[in-house]
Design a protein around this ligand. Structure first.
Ligand SMILES: C[S@@+](CC[C@H](N)C(=O)[O-])C[C@H]1O[C@@H](n2cnc3c(N)ncnc32)[C@H](O)[C@@H]1O
Length: 286
């Protein structure tokens, strides 16, 4: 009995020791191999801001997961960040917007009638304060129904604008509005968000009355190659936070959109980040 017990006690620990040491030898081998493999890179990249890279990666992976797994929460976040951003944007582009919206006053409407305007990508209603006094009725087109509460709030502060409806849908397909129905279409920071700019321009032209105006103010790809490259790098972030691309050649899309005539001005918007600053302001006539 005592011999058997003794045997059990001696054999068992040595078996454990044997497998532990073989495991740790294998682990050491892996560690050494990996360490040898990364040694040259470790030296070369040791000065990189790894903490910053880790934080940015976690933010990106986290945001992308929220975007994919919780689309409702993502939309709320996207709308909040967009609404905050456009306030700053309006301050920087105030004069340009005033200039653009003053074009509406050149449109003639029948006495007593309101001018019918469609604003694609109406968002939080950031343009309401720029519409001329008491002459327009604005119908919004936007895929996000949730903007309704923002629009209700902003309409209370801009009683000179009538906005009877928000059409929930994309600018690429405004089939609820028949051909040649509206006096003007407005787009600010929206052609940089839609999926298909050419199709959106075709729809804009379709719904405009002959002689009707398309007013647009959009961020565009820079003509400077280095800035255009930086814009390409930042586009995924802008897509995530504000839904917009920084690298669209919107003036070209307008050129190909078969408007009767158009005039557009490229400019650098002071007060915006340098890669967001390249802009186009234009008026196209059907
Ligand atoms: C960057 S925000 C600009 C909002 C507003 N136009 C402004 O200047 O403040 C872009 C807007 O376009 C809308 N949008 C995105 N895709 C769209 C599409 N395919 N058709 C129409 N609007 C779209 C978004 O919901 C958002 O309201």
């Amino acid at each position: 009995m005592s011999v058997g017990a003794h045997r059990t006690l001696t054999i068992s620990p040595s078996a454990v020791n044997f497998s532990t040491s073989s495991k740790s030898a294998f682990g050491d081998l892996i560690r050494e191999t990996v360490s040898n493999l990364i040694a040259p890179f470790r030296k070369e990249y040791k000065d990189w801001p790894w903490a910053g890279i880790a934080v940015v990666s976690v933010v990106c992976v986290g945001s992308y997961s929220v975007y994919k797994l919780l689309p409702g929460s993502y939309r709320q976040f996207y709308m909040y960040s967009t609404a905050q951003y456009v306030e700053e944007y309006n301050k920087a582009l105030h004069t340009y917007k005033e200039n653009l919206f003053s074009q509406l006053e050149t449109i003639k409407v029948q006495k007593g009638a309101k001018m019918s305007v469609v604003e694609i990508g109406i968002g939080s209603g950031a343009n309401f304060s720029f519409y001329p006094r008491d002459i327009v009725e604005v119908v919004g087109v936007d895929p996000n129904r949730e903007w309704e509460s923002y629009l209700t709030d902003i309409l209370k502060k801009n009683r000179h604008v009538k906005c009877p409806e928000l059409l929930v849908g994309n600018a690429e397909n405004i089939s609820v509005i028949r051909e040649s129905q509206v006096d003007a279409v407005v787009s600010t920071l929206t052609l940089s968000c839609v999926k298909d700019v050419d199709q959106a321009c075709r729809e804009v032209r379709r719904i405009l009355k002959p002689g009707g105006l398309f007013l647009y103010l959009e961020n565009v790809r820079s003509e400077n190659v280095v800035i255009a490259l930086i814009q390409a790098l930042f586009t995924p972030f802008y897509k995530l936070f504000y839904g917009m691309s920084l690298i669209r050649n919107i003036p070209k899309n307008i050129e190909h959109a078969n408007f009767t005539n158009f005039s557009q001005q490229l400019f650098h918007a002071n007060g915006l980040t340098f890669f967001m600053a390249p802009h186009v302001l234009g008026v196209a006539k059907k």
